[in-house]
Design a protein around this ligand. Structure first.
Ligand code: HPA
Length: 270
């Protein structure tokens, strides 16, 4: 993080505080095509454009709103490394959510399946990750008042939250290791074989910087992957972004009810 990052977080925090006084402790950052999920939640809606320093998502299917309710804050729309943003910009939403009181964070994404047991259209819980972006959001001077210089990453994705997700979903959701790659080109079949050798079950282009930042800040993290396709070379034919978005949308209703259930369970536990 850059020296001025704390100032940027404070500015983003001010923009939000001016529009709401809610202090939710449960937060969600939604991936591609899931913006409508935010509409299922009540709260004060703040457009990303009104939050200082927050990049406006450029990918179709991301609307860019933060909904702040009594117990839950939802960010609909995320920016990606492949769009050319700095990692500071990519993790600003996590620091912002932390600054308004969020301590449990759900990160959703679309992912390609490397594990042949995953069917397109299913939801998989992230159990661990491989950061293959070649960069880390915590690079740069450390602000010791926020988190440690060398944060532990033994359990980035909270096992208790995974158990809760299974209970709420009422099914034995599979779990697996998510590899984050820079994109925006999809992988070659050789790269997918490499990722499999490295221990990856899922591949995608997001989530890991946010998860690292959230753990740094001491938040509990749940990662939910919507499996949109078999990774390159493992399915039939080639990969098409429109199809990825379409399958992502088809999982939307299940994902939304899972998030609603988690939010309700969280507010009861509070
Ligand atoms: N690879 C990388 N990112 C993705 C994929 C994929 O196959 N599907 C959805 N996001």
């Amino acid at each position: 993080m850059q020296e001025q990052f704390a100032t940027q977080v404070a500015a983003a925090h001010d923009s939000v505080q001016r529009r709401t006084d809610a202090r939710p402790s449960f937060g969600v950052i939604l991936g591609s095509g899931l913006s409508e999920a935010a509409e299922a939640f009540e709260g004060d809606v703040v457009a990303y454009g009104d939050i200082k320093g927050l990049p406006e998502p450029r990918v179709a299917g991301h609307s860019g709103t933060l909904t702040v309710g009594k117990t839950t804050a939802i960010m609909a729309g995320r920016s990606h490394f492949y769009e050319g943003y700095s990692l500071d910009q990519l993790v600003l939403p996590v620091f912002l959510l932390h600054s308004i009181g969020v301590r449990t964070l759900v990160l959703t994404n679309a992912a390609g399946a490397i594990n042949p047991a995953y069917r397109p259209g299913s939801i998989v819980l992230i159990s661990d990750h491989l950061n293959l972006l070649g960069v880390n959001p915590l690079t740069g001077p450390n602000n010791d008042s926020l988190g440690p210089r060398f944060p532990d990453m033994t359990e980035v994705y909270d096992a208790g939250l995974r158990g809760l997700a299974r209970t709420v979903a009422g099914e034995d959701l599979a779990e697996g290791v998510y590899a984050a790659v820079p994109g925006p080109s999809y992988e070659t079949p050789a790269e997918v074989r490499m990722l499999k050798t490295l221990g990856a079950d899922l591949v995608g282009m997001s989530t890991v910087p946010e998860a690292i930042a959230a753990r740094y800040l001491g938040m509990k993290v749940l990662g939910l992957s919507s499996v949109t396709n078999a990774a390159a070379g493992l399915g039939e034919g080639t990969l098409d972004h429109a199809e990825v978005v379409e399958v992502g949308r088809s999982i939307r209703t299940r994902l939304i009810s899972l998030i609603e259930g988690l939010s309700a369970a969280h507010s009861h536990a509070d």
